[in-house]
Write a protein that binds this ligand. Structure first.
Ligand SMILES: *Cc1c(COP(=O)(O)O)cnc(C)c1O
Length: 413
């Protein structure tokens, strides 16, 4: 199998890992992986002793596009290298990647312990698919509290599912502490690392058993592909994911999306550094602004888990959220005024995107549920892009002038 390439620095591996050797296989020495569109591959001779398991893409053997594809393989090898894992499997979406994890590990009667503050689609999958259809007992806990996770894990618990930081309030959980107590009871720990990417957080190093990504976000980074991946060091789990999920369930990433993602991830380190420095500058600007009631960004010292963020992450990321003073009408007026920052769901692309969770991503929750998790009517989530930070600040400033609370504060009471 593939050996993780960790002898070179992250920035180098982001550009070349997994790709160079494969690019030479076509015979032209392409500097980048070609998009291999073939759905099937001609065999030189029939060898009846060769089973599916013996077909090794890393040795240049291919049989059929769902089983393996050179472009997808190059991406998988690169993602394994970047997360510091042995094996990676790419799927048709982040959602498909997370479903593949659950379907590889859980059986009816098992328990799944999950952070209550999850990506809404993942939460829906756990309740509607795993609990309702597959009879898995799903327990949501406040994973910011290690003791709460500890109390929820029992001998039936096979998987603990974490996201850190969470969306949209940027809450963190302590991966290392949770992995330790989960392993004491033989449960696996999975971390959705979409928000930070392997550039800022390496869950496998912190003791997690597997990492999942929506590559749609930072890894591809250009808002032009939907994809997902799972990375693990666990050979048995990797085999299960490949055989029962990629090959048998079939939700693999297409060659074209593999190519785009392979191309996008080359600049992951550059983008992440710029996302973060822009996000930090905007968090500080918003924090000082009279029209802003609260800013949630792990890079601010006022963030309740700033110390954990500093210890567990190598950066604070590019997503922040903030609550405007005033009403939802003020928030709508603010959003309406923005011209550089696009009103849209999703995150992690080079362009800045803003959304109002109460009316968009978290609208399906009823107001009481939103209140319970701290999503107010004026909470805005900003995925800070890589544009010039002064232009972004000016855009926000123009929008904030539309918040009626500013006049009363600025005018003095
Ligand atoms: C977007 C997202 C997902 C889902 O990924 P898709 O590629 O849209 O299926 C899962 N987790 C997190 C944290 C996300 O942001």
């Amino acid at each position: 199998m593939h050996e993780p390439e960790r002898s070179t620095a992250f920035d180098t591996r982001a550009v070349t890992a997994g790709e160079k050797a494969l690019a030479h296989e076509g015979g032209y020495g392409d500097a980048v992986s070609p998009i291999h569109l073939a759905s099937t591959y001609g065999l030189e001779a029939l060898d009846p002793s060769m089973g599916l398991d013996d077909v090794d893409p890393d040795a240049g053997q291919y049989l059929y596009g769902r089983l393996s594809n050179p472009t997808r393989r190059a991406l998988e090898n690169r993602l394994a290298s970047l997360e510091g894992g042995e094996h990676a499997m790419a799927f048709a979406s982040g959602t498909a990647a997370i479903a593949a994890v659950g379907l590889s590990i859980l059986e009816p009667g098992d328990r799944l312990v999950a952070f209550e503050d999850l990506y809404a689609g993942t939460k829906r999958m756990f309740t509607e698919l795993f609990a309702r259809r597959f009879d898995v007992e799903v327990t949501f806990v406040d994973a910011t509290d290690v003791d709460a996770v500890d109390a929820a894990i029992d001998e039936r618990t096979k998987l603990v599912w974490l996201e850190t930081p969470t969306n949209p309030l940027l809450r963190l959980c302590d991966i290392e502490a949770i992995a330790e107590l989960a392993h004491d009871r033989d449960a696996l720990v999975g971390v959705d690392n979409t928000f930070l990417s392997p550039y800022f957080q390496q869950p496998l190093d912190l003791g997690a058993d597997l990492v999942a990504h929506s590559t749609t976000k930072y890894i591809n980074g250009h808002s032009d592909s939907i994809g997902g991946a799972v990375i693990t060091d666990d050979a048995a789990l990797a085999e299960e994911l490949e055989l029962t999920q990629q090959i048998t369930a079939g939700g693999v990433l297409s060659p074209f999306d593999s190519y785009l993602t392979l191309r996008g991830v080359k600049t992951l380190p550059l983008r992440m550094r710029q996302h973060e420095s822009n996000a930090m500058a905007l968090a500080e600007f918003l924090d000082d602004h009279p029209a802003v009631r609260a800013v949630h960004y792990p890079g601010l010292e006022s963030h309740p888990q700033h110390d954990l963020a500093t210890r567990q992450q190598s950066g604070y990321g590019g997503v922040l959220s903030f609550e405007l003073a005033g009403t939802q009408d003020d928030a709508i007026a603010f959003l309406d005024e923005l011209s550089e920052i696009t009103l849209a769901v999703s995150l992690g692309g080079v362009e800045s995107l803003i959304e109002l969770p109460a009316a968009m991503t978290h609208e399906p929750l009823d107001p009481a549920q939103r209140d319970a998790i701290g999503i107010t009517d004026t909470l805005c989530r900003l995925s800070v892009g890589v544009e010039d930070v002064d232009d972004l600040r000016a855009d926000l400033e123009r929008g904030l002038e539309r918040v009626s609370a500013v006049e009363s504060v600025a005018g003095g009471e």
